[in-house]
Design a protein around this ligand. Structure first.
Ligand code: PAF
Length: 284
């Protein structure tokens, strides 16, 4: 058990990492917004398996929140997060201020994700992925890691980060870790803590809908959508935002004739929490 060193400035993190990499050590970065749970810790565990030095960034990125979203109320507890990381051999927690990351106010030059960034999450949250891709680019430029680790729960984010790394020739390997779930199937998320008891019980509808869609996969796309949809019928606390089946290679919705690997995406509002989940299915 060792407590990670908290670094607040870009210059200090670069100096620390330069000292480590001069000796030939590899670096893995786990970008987070804090409020760490077991899903994040699974990313950190993976990072520590693949690199000598692990950096966890904790930064609630204002650029990826819309004007009516939860930027101000997003849970922040740096001390608790650093303590949670103690068992995982994390060398550094990079916890910059907004002024450190955006010294000129909002970034003028942004990374945009193109067509896919405007779909699904991007449709409900305009500008969200430009904010994500911009901050991820900054973090990759700051830490210059050999690998960066993300969770599959944010499937669209994963797709767009891979595209960012590919399109901009970033010399970093993108490592993806499976979604971690509670015993009843609910995907772990920092936003689950917004749920009251009844909402928490209702929120399991998202993972139940994914299970239902997987069981209907051999009957085609319409059956998949109908099976998932039926789970939400009687759940008045869960307001479905979208339910889509996409081709994982293009992240575009599949049509009737599609056969092969697909991914079911779900987003719903449960109380004040916006929750997302997804899973792979095979359409044959
Ligand atoms: O997935 C998240 O927590 C955020 O979108 C990320 C990648 C840390 C960027 O702020």
């Amino acid at each position: 058990m060792s407590r990670p060193v908290v670094v607040e400035t870009i210059a200090a993190l670069r100096a620390e990492l330069a000292a480590r990499t001069a000796a030939g050590g590899s670096v893995a970065l786990v970008p987070t917004m804090g409020a760490l749970h077991d899903g994040h810790l699974a990313l950190v565990e993976r990072a520590s398996e693949i690199a000598d030095t692990v950096v966890v960034s904790i930064f609630v990125n204002p650029l990826q929140f819309g004007p009516d979203e939860d930027l101000d109320t997003y849970p922040r507890d740096l001390e608790a997060d650093v303590t949670a990381l103690e068992p995982f051999g994390v060398a550094f927690v990079f916890a910059p201020s907004a002024a450190e990351m955006y010294p000129h106010g909002a970034a003028q030059v942004k990374v945009t994700g193109g067509e896919i960034a405007g779909l699904f999450e991007g449709r409900t949250r305009p500008g969200h992925f430009d904010g994500v891709l911009t901050v991820v680019s900054k973090l990759l430029n700051i830490a210059r890691p050999d690998a960066v680790v993300f969770g599959q729960k944010d499937a669209q984010q994963v797709f767009l980060v891979r595209q960012l790394v590919d399109d901009l020739n970033v010399p970093t390997k993108v490592e993806i870790v499976d979604t971690v779930r509670a015993d009843d199937g609910l995907a772990l998320s920092s936003r689950n803590r917004y749920l009251n008891g009844a909402e928490r019980r209702a929120a399991v509808a998202l993972s139940r809908a994914l299970e239902a869609s997987a069981s209907a996969a051999d009957r085609g796309i319409d059956a998949v959508l109908a099976a998932a949809q039926s789970v939400f019928m009687d759940e008045r606390l869960v307001k479905l935002d979208y339910l889509k089946v996409v081709n994982p290679k293009t992240f575009l919705p599949v049509d009737d004739g599609y056969r092969g690997q697909a991914r079911v995406l779900i987003a719903a509002q449960v109380g004040s929490a916006r929750l997302i989940d997804n899973d792979a299915i095979y359409l044959n």
